[in-house]
Design a binder for this molecule. Structure first.
Ligand SMILES: Nc1ncnc2c1ncn2[C@@H]1O[C@H](COP(=O)(O)OP(=O)(O)OP(=O)(O)O)[C@@H](O)[C@H]1O
Ligand SMILES: [Mg+2]
Length: 228
């Protein structure tokens, strides 16, 4: 049921909003350090699948196993702690905290994990350097371009040494050149740190950076690892 060696695996997820089935028997898995693109048309259930995998929403039925533990068997507090310690997130519009500087944004996950300010900002700057935005440290998110903001968001997702990054249309608001640069840097950094990436996109150009594609249609994920 759980593919051998997978870090995060979902089996037969179902989730209904009112009478709308968002997930209708979706299965999925990702291995450590693997970049998997989740593709499919608008409304097919990609974001719902990502939110379930990340423990942000609870499916009506089905199982999600992370590092041998079932998410549904954890308390809300345990799931929140897991998200902070093991997961990183990048969304379509950066979701940086506007009141904080870029370096403070990148340092935030470390600060939430109890790292002292100086050490957190030092690590944050190292990641910003890798994402080529270290010169933006003192700026606020409102003062940087869309592509720069997304690279800051990627640095933030990586800063606390997660095991999995969830990226929902991370390049959706960028032009193709900036989008490709963000994908290049995201996948390079993730691969070198052995971080798995669950990448939701409907662009084939973006999915080309993945190791493997999974297609979602009508709430069903066609993950070849689960083919019978
Ligand atoms: N919070 C919600 N309340 C009600 N219906 C929802 C909610 N979230 C998603 N849905 C519905 O569930 C289905 C799947 O939505 P989802 O957001 O997962 O699709 P998606 O593949 O991410 O689409 P897109 O590519 O447009 O982002 C859609 O029919 C959507 O309208
Ligand atoms: Mg979506």
């Amino acid at each position: 049921m759980i593919p051998e060696g997978s870090l995060l695996a979902a089996h037969d997820l179902r989730k209904t909003y009112g009478s709308t089935p968002a997930l209708d028997g979706a299965s999925f898995s990702v291995h450590p350090g693997e970049v998997v693109a989740v593709m499919g048309p608008s409304g097919s259930g990609k974001s719902t699948l990502l939110h379930c995998l990340a423990g942000i929403i609870t499916p009506d039925s089905g199982t999600i196993t992370y590092a041998g533990r079932e998410l549904s068997a954890m308390s809300d507090a345990e799931r929140s702690a897991l998200r902070r310690s093991d997961f990183g997130f990048v969304f379509q519009f950066g979701q940086l905290v506007p009141e904080l500087t870029c370096v403070e944004n990148v340092a935030l996950p470390l600060r939430l994990n109890g790292v002292k300010r100086k050490a957190a900002e030092r690590t944050a700057l190292e990641w910003m350097e890798r994402l080529e935005v270290d010169d933006l440290g003192p700026q606020r998110p409102g003062e940087v371009s869309g592509g720069q903001g997304q690279r800051v968001a990627v640095a933030r997702a990586l800063a606390a040494s997660p095991k999995v990054i969830f990226a929902d249309e991370p390049t959706g608001a960028l032009d193709s050149l900036n989008g490709e640069r963000v994908m290049e840097l995201l996948t390079e950094a993730a691969r070198s740190a052995n971080v798995a990436v669950v990448l939701v996109t409907h662009e084939a150009r973006v999915a080309a950076y993945s190791d493997r594609d999974v297609t979602v249609r009508d709430g069903r994920a066609r993950d070849l690892e689960h083919a019978v």
